[in-house]
Structures are given as C-alpha cells and as structure tokens.
Design a protein around this ligand. Sequence first.
Ligand code: NAD
Length: 487
Amino acid sequence: MDVTEKLGFDPALCFINGEWVAPENDDSLELEDPSTGTPIAEIARGTAGDIDAAADAAHAALEGIWGRTTALERGRILARIGQLVLDNVDLLAELEAADVGKPLTQARNDAVALARYMEFYGGAADKVHGETIPYLDGYTVYTLREPHGVTGHIVPWNYPMQIIGRSVGAALAMGNAAVLKPAEEACLTALAFAQIAHEAGLPSGALNVVPGLGGEAGAALTDHPGVNHISFTGSVGVGTLVQAAAARNVVPVTLELGGKSPQIVFKDADIDRALPFLVNAGIQNAGQTCSAASRILVHRSIYVEMLDRMAECYRALQVGPAGSDLDVGPLISARQKEIVDGFLDLAAEDNLTIAARGELVEGAPAGGHYVEPTLIAGVSHDHRLAQDEIFGPVQVVIPFDTDEEAVSIANGTDYGLVAGIWTADGARQMRMARALRSGQVFINNYGAGGGVELPFGGVGKSGHGREKGFEALYGFSVLKTVAASHG
Ligand code: NAD
C-alpha cells in the first residue's frame, strides 16, 4: 500500500478553518520520492486567495473559541496533540521517509521530536508570566504577555516536523493562530500534523496549512497585511525577501537561515569520543542540516591521525534508499544534487584531496538523488568549500596551530549558527565559548541530542531571533505594560 493512502484525507487539499478544502485555482504540484525520483502524491498549489482565506480563518479563531481558550487549556490541547503524534509515529516516519528521503530511523526521531515539542510547549503554556514593576507612589504597574495575533510560518523541506514543532508549537502555546506554508518539496507531515491537531481538539482556524510554491503562497503569506508575525526557516536569499516584506508591514520576523558550522578539535581532545559526533554532524540527513558541522578544524599535531580516523568512518558509510534505513539517504531533489555535485567538481578542479568517500549500495534506484558522502582535506580556509553552505554530505578538514587561529578560522565565514569544541582544558572551554561567534556552542559534544529546551538561532547571516526553549515563547508574544493610578 502506498503510504499516502494511509493518510485518511486527500493531500491535494489545503487545511483551512478546520476543513480540507480545494485550493482556489484547483491547481496542484507533484511531490516525488527522492529515493526513486518517482511521483508519490499531488499537493495543492495554494495561492494568494488561499492565504487570504487562511488568514481570515485565523483571525476568526482569535475572535472566537481559540481567543478565549485559557493558557491551561491550550497546554492540555498541545499535550493531547503530542500524545496523538506519538500514537502515529510510525505513519509520520514513513511519510517523512518517502517525502524527504530521510532514513527511517532519522525520520522516526523527527516524529518523536515533534511530539516532544508539543509536550514541552504544552507544559509551558501557563508558565509564562508578566511582572509587577515598582513605580511612583499611587501606581500599580504590571506587564501582560499577549499573543501577536496571526503568525505566519514558512518551513523548509529538510526537517519539516522538527521545525513545525518548534515554531507552531510555541506560537499556539502563547495563543496565536497560525498559518503554515510548508515547502513544496515535502509537505505530507505538515498536512498529517494539521489533521492530528484537529483530532486532538485544536479549535478550527487556530492552525491552517496552505501548501504551494514559495514565490506564490509563501510570498502571499509574508506580504499579507493581516499577518502579525513571521517565522521563516530557509535560505539566506529568501530570508532577505521575507525580512523586506515584514519591514513593509512593520511586523516582527524570526529568521532561521543557513550555516557553515565548525567543530574544533584541540590536541587534548578525547578523540574516540569526538569521532562519531564529528562524522554524524556532517552526514545526518545527507548533510542537509542547517547546523551541519561542515568544517572540522583540527590542531596540526593530531591532524594526520584525525583525518585517517575520520576517513575510516567515511569508508564504512552506506548510502541508499530511505526505506533501507542506512547511514545516508538521497538528497531532496535533482536540483540539490546538481548543487552539491557542483561543489565536488570544484574540489576536483582545484586538486583538493578527497580523503575518503562512503559507498552507494548496490541496487539503489537509478532515479534517486544520491551523493556519496565525501571527506575533503587540504582545503584552505578561504576556499569556497570552506566558506559556502554546501547542504550535502561533504565535510572539509582544516588544520590550525594556535587557539587564536582556530577562533579566527571558526569565526571567518558569513554565518554563525552552531559551533563545537573538543578539549579537556576547562579554561580553554570557557575562553572558546565566549570567543566563538555563534548562536549555540557545544563543549565536548555536538547538538546535545537536539534539546527542545535549548534556545536556537543564529548571528550574522544565520539569522536572528531565537526559537526552541522558553525563549521562543517570548518571541511569539508581545509585552503590554499596564500602569494603574489609584491615588
Ligand atoms: P528556501 O529558502 O528555498 O525555502 C524555504 C521555504 O521558503 C520554502 O517553504 C519555500 O517555499 C519558501 N519560499 C521560497 N521563496 C519564497 C518567497 N519568495 N517568499 C516566501 N517564501 C518563500 O530554502 P530551502 O532550500 O528549501 O532550505 C534550505 C535552507 O534552509 C538552507 O540554507 C538551510 O540552512 C536553511 N535551514 C535553516 C534552518 C535553521 O533553523 N537555521 C533549518 C533548516 C534549514
């Protein structure tokens, strides 16, 4: 049975005001399975009219039942959504594997993370308080945290469930009503999530989903005068357009953009412990991860040993279809493969050293968008492979001599999303954590298991604003100051 037949609704529809509705222009887009290159479903090609309808439904929800739902009850609804997500983990994992090409175990982890976001934000919904402020005699002053109103969420294809969890979960917890535009390359789990949230008792209009192209449904959402906050996760180029649109409407915007994140291995590092973190952070989701550690900086005294050991890991990596649940699946699309192959061609032209490659398994479908993971040595810090976000399973290894040089290389890109450091020296850990220009720094680990509790976001061209943790709840709410004079 085709996985989309298990959905229980037609994926070629939009979810607006608690109902499945055809897009205004009755048009559709084709979704393909990246493991085979064959079509798996038709999805709606939503346009401005559908975004209007979704924004109207969201405003009506705020005026109606959803707007009157207490923080306690919002939390309970989110907790129920989390439970229903857990009940449907296998289906969600299968959908994501077919749609994104993600190996099943990784897809399953994303579904569990989606549930965890609902649990976390469900539990937090009634724990965000205002303050009282000591002021002039005869006044009582306090602050209220209120929802922005209608929040727009634009999500990419690489981690649909995790990104929906962290942004829509926090927005709903604070009482906003959401309009979600998933990516045109992968949106089945966004649609399944809408159905699950509805079944869990989320009032109609509190969450609306309009699939479609970025330049059509996405642009209509960011331009919409009735949208009061925009959360965008995606590329720097589109993020710039989104921020300009938000500026025209004078609404706040959170931008979660790309990265070129380093992990720095000092000579006193525990190499055995570091090794799996170094490699996994480059090849997870076939390297299509904003926080991928695509640069490994290694102290020159252990450079040869590290490179050899990483190369050994790379040679053992197996690449193949998502359903086979290997180390690495396909890239999302032929276009993405072309981009990554372009970087590998550049490495060949510039005579960079290919230290090792993983292996495509026999029998992998010819139409799948596979790239063998590639470890590259001898890359100078200013080379494009060490500067540009590749968004594929490619890591470069760069030697350094001093701590100062490590910081200068690590900070020497346009990005600043995540950094990892490996050293036993406590003082160096503290110095580095301060010196690195990055939204998150991990010491003797990388990613800390993804922690929904940990605020996440970038500096520089990695974006601004923070999602995840309590910080997101502040971002998805606005502070009102009330000053009462009572003589
Ligand atoms: P993208 O910017 O092309 O698309 C992202 C989303 O924006 C999609 O839903 C798309 O339809 C929409 N979009 C496209 N054009 C639009 C427009 N003109 N107006 C409004 N919306 C529009 O990005 P992508 O290639 O799909 O994703 C890869 C990028 O996302 C990478 O750079 C990656 O680093 C970044 N990313 C960042 C994070 C993070 O949390 N920092 C997480 C995942 C991905």
